[in-house]
Design a protein around this ligand. Sequence first.
Ligand code: GLA
Length: 397
Amino acid sequence: MQELKSLFRERFGSAPTYIVKAPGRLELLGNHTDYNEGLVMSIAIDKYIYIASAPRKDGQVELVSTSFPERETFFVDRIEKNPAAPWANYSKGVLLQLRERGVHFTGFNAAIHGTIPFGAGLSSSAALEIATVLTVRDLFPFSLNEISMQPAPVRDSRGQLPTLKNNEKMALAKVGQAAESKFVGANVGLLDQISSLFGKQNQVIEIDCRTNSVNHAPMPPGIAVVICDSGVKHDLSDGAYNELRERCESAAQALGVKALRSVTMDELRANKSKLSEREYQCAYHIVGENQRVVAGERALREKDIAQFGQYLFQSHESSRDYFGNSTKELDLLVEIARQQPSCYGARLSGGGFGGATINLVEHTEVPAFQAAISEGYLEGVGKRIEPWVCQVVDGAA
Ligand code: GLA
């Protein structure tokens, strides 16, 4: 936070008026189910994108970041991509989407600082989108629900805006998603943005992406969530993600349904001949993931963490063998984890093709688990990594 304030003061010569933060997320179970109108479980984690901001009067927006040397300056009525500052696209996309929805804003200065590692599959992009939305809301108060603009919210005597209602959070999540699909070029679902907004301390977020409804369930006590970053960077806008989405959608079309959520495993098997081999594999993964989330939610409610962990391992196998979004590094991390008796379950988390694994580990055994992973990965891949424990936190504010 000090780093952020210093950057703001150094670049803009004054103190910021507002500071917001939006957390990254981990996908717990339910891989690529979101854009198939399916089910997914996630958690918001204690790694954040922070934005410090203050209004300015000349109609320009100036963005600076602790992670990139260049400043990015543009007029609010001329928002375009700049190949020299691709990191700014997430914020620019959000501004365009807000404008499209009738939100009025003028210029501002903003300094961005993040603790979410890039390319680790922990949704630094969505966190930046959500932090940008909240920055605009602080500077130029507005209220959107999923249907329309609402009367602007009023600050209380301490200058605070009212807490976001659930329907407002959902509308803001959609702003972030649209920024990413329409401006950045990654045709993502809503998982990351919903997770960043709907996170709750020590609670799992359960999302139904057909109705866009969110429930929370307690995280099992005594279990640490360990993140193992493979160090292989992944980028959702590089095409592989969109391609998987297209296969899922063409499979749904061939099966005569709007989305793969509507298909049971029996129906899928019975209609295999209508699909190409690749479509079948992708659909098999998605239908299986939806089943695992249903079973996983039940296991968590029954506090059967051993069973829940098995679904994580199965989910990873399905990514590896059917969906094709794992890598040999992620497979190795999961295999080492599986050999540790302290580990209940492990899988790749998020888009895939790199990034991190999520591991549920008996909390008293974390140091031994971390050591085993580091050692095994060094031996297998020749890279030194340091697995870390994350906390499950509240959503953006
Ligand atoms: C990325 C996307 C999400 C979701 C996951 C995979 O994180 O942004 O919308 O599709 O991959 O579950």
